[in-house]
Write a protein of this length. Structure first.
Length: 272
């Protein structure tokens, strides 16, 4: 008797069987599906699904994570569509629900949530052993991070400019950074009334800016470069703060990338 796997929307999924045809609308999940050995079952992905580079180029693009080509997905006759609560539009998913038999909803909020994500997809797509191996590797990374005593740092993690945008503390990004004792400012929760998960800010009107030790410019979704970094270093309002670029994929991509991402943060925080 098979145990049904329950996704982030509370929907229980039966094992998919060998004839599964998967479309992924989540770049980090696409990478995870390949890591689970599901190459032959992946029939569609977004243009932002770029890893693993040598394999995704063989998979048809179906638009972006938000601008989804519904007709392209319909033509692929998927049995399963994988989406994420933060990355994909609810209305789009509801339209897809009219012709895709199984929609698997994901919503990891912390690095530890990847353990359940591996297990969920492993159970649905008959990759339980592969999922278990990933769980063991991730757990080892988490233990490694917990074994270090990092000096606390208050950080401003910038994801956009014009307007400047950052992350709330209940985001996956903020949870990843806490593994090395880096705490994001402002100290807000995106789930709170009136608050945003990715709040805008102005350097002139942010009273907490004085508490920031380090400013991290992410490579995605906005591609910050050394030019932006150098410009901020010349900004008198940010005098005395450490300002540096950071690989956004390593911090914001969940799935199998979390394993490499934690190692990356350990190096950045001086553990290795």
């Amino acid at each position: 008797m098979h145990t049904r796997a329950v996704d982030a929307a509370g929907v229980a999924h039966e094992p998919a069987g060998a004839a599964a045809r998967i479309v992924s609308l989540v770049p980090s999940i696409t990478e995870l599906l390949f890591a689970l050995g599901l190459d032959r079952r992946i029939v569609g992905r977004t243009g932002f699904c770029v890893h693993p580079r040598d394999k995704v180029r063989e998979v048809r693009k179906v638009g972006g994570t938000k601008a989804v080509n519904l007709a392209a997905i319909r033509a692929l006759r998927p049995t399963h569509l994988i989406v994420n609560i933060d990355e994909n539009e609810h209305d789009t998913v509801e339209q897809l629900r009219t012709f895709v038999p199984h929609i698997v909803v994901t919503h990891p909020r912390t690095p530890q949530d990847n353990l359940a994500l591996y297990t969920l997809l492993g159970a649905i797509f008959d990759r339980a052993q592969e999922a278990q191996r990933l769980c063991e590797t991730l757990e080892a990374r988490l233990h490694e991070a917990a074994a270090h005593a990092f000096s606390p740092q208050s950080v401003l993690y910038l994801i956009w400019r014009e307007p400047w945008m950052t992350v709330a503390r209940d985001t996956y990004i903020s949870a990843m950074l806490r593994l090395v004792n880096w705490h994001t400012l402002p100290d807000v929760q995106g789930g709170a009334a009136g608050a945003a998960r990715y709040p805008m800010l102005e350097f002139d009107t942010a009273p907490w800016l004085a508490q920031v030790d380090r400013i991290l410019l992410s490579s995605e979704p906005y591609r910050f470069t050394q030019v932006h970094c150098d410009a901020l270093k010349r900004d008198s309002r940010l005098a005395g703060k450490r300002i540096e670029l950071i690989d956004g994929e390593m911090v914001s991509w969940y799935g199998v990338r979390a394993i490499e991402g934690i190692a990356y943060l350990l190096r950045r925080a001086g553990a290795a």
